[in-house]
Design a binder for this molecule. Structure first.
Ligand code: T5A
Length: 203
């Protein structure tokens, strides 16, 4: 089973992934968590380039680098784990590319990005995608609370993140695999909703 988590920066994905991971482990289910971009030596190197605020980048170059990191992760980690019947939780997948590089940056038309995503994901599609929906201002407040400075993507500004959020709303209407969650709630309540859905799928 392939589970992806999506949403704008600071929506609370990492927190929810950690809670779901722990819950599945307590249930003695085989489970692994991987993040995008990242998860392999090469993909983590690409992540370092992509998030480095000192490296200016053409939007199409950015799109291709996210795709390259994804291709490596899917082919060397995700597919082998799924073949062994391990539940894979992905902290972002190709929907991030549609939202950020498509709606956010306007790098290429969405239909072109969808074609590239199919190639980079080696045809894989999540069984369920949890979209943690939160306002841009609330997300920014949470990010500020972490004390970490903004990376290159996070520097893009409020209007950019409004477009990214619009992109997720668009995808949630187009895709039956989407489960949209009001993320402006206590973490335990959100986890409860996610667990209801995942435990139902496992059964
Ligand atoms: N990207 C990625 C693209 O542009 N294209 C792509 O194709 C892909 C794959 C990745 C960046 O790359 C971009 C998107 C990103 O900008 P990242 O560091 O992995 O960079 O960034 P994020 O995935 O956005 O991760 P963040 O750590 O910034 O945010 P999370 O994981 O959504 O949030 P989380 O859980 O760390 O929580 C943030 C803070 O809020 C608190 C937490 O304790 C933490 O302090 N919090 C809550 N507070 C109140 N109530 C709740 N329910 C809370 N849940 C968490």
């Amino acid at each position: 089973m392939l589970i992806s988590f999506e949403g704008i920066d600071g929506c609370g994905k990492t927190t929810q992934i950690m809670l779901l991971h722990e819950r599945l482990q307590r249930e003695k289910m085989p489970v692994d968590v991987l993040r995008e971009p990242g998860g392999t030596e090469l993909s983590e190197m690409i992540r370092g380039i992509l998030l480095n605020s000192d490296i200016p980048m053409n939007p199409v170059t950015e799109l291709l680098l996210f795709s390259a990191a994804r291709s490596e992760l899917v082919s060397t980690r995700v597919k082998p784990l799924l073949d062994q019947k391990v539940i894979v939780i992905l902290d972002r997948f190709y929907d991030s590319t549609v939202a950020y590089q498509g709606f956010g940056r306007g790098s290429l038309p969405i239909n072109e990005i969808n074609k590239l995503n199919k190639i980079a994901a080696h045809g894989l599609e999540p069984d369920v995608t949890f979209f943690l929906d939160i306002g841009v201002d609330e997300a920014l407040e949470r990010q500020n609370g972490t004390g970490k400075g903004p990376d290159r993507i996070e520097r893009a500004g409020g209007a950019f993140f409004e477009r990214v959020r619009d992109g997720y709303h668009y995808m949630s209407e187009q895709n039956g695999r989407y489960h949209t969650i009001d993320a402006n709630r206590p973490a335990e309540d959100i986890h409860h909703e996610i667990w209801l859905r995942v435990s139902g799928m496992i059964r």
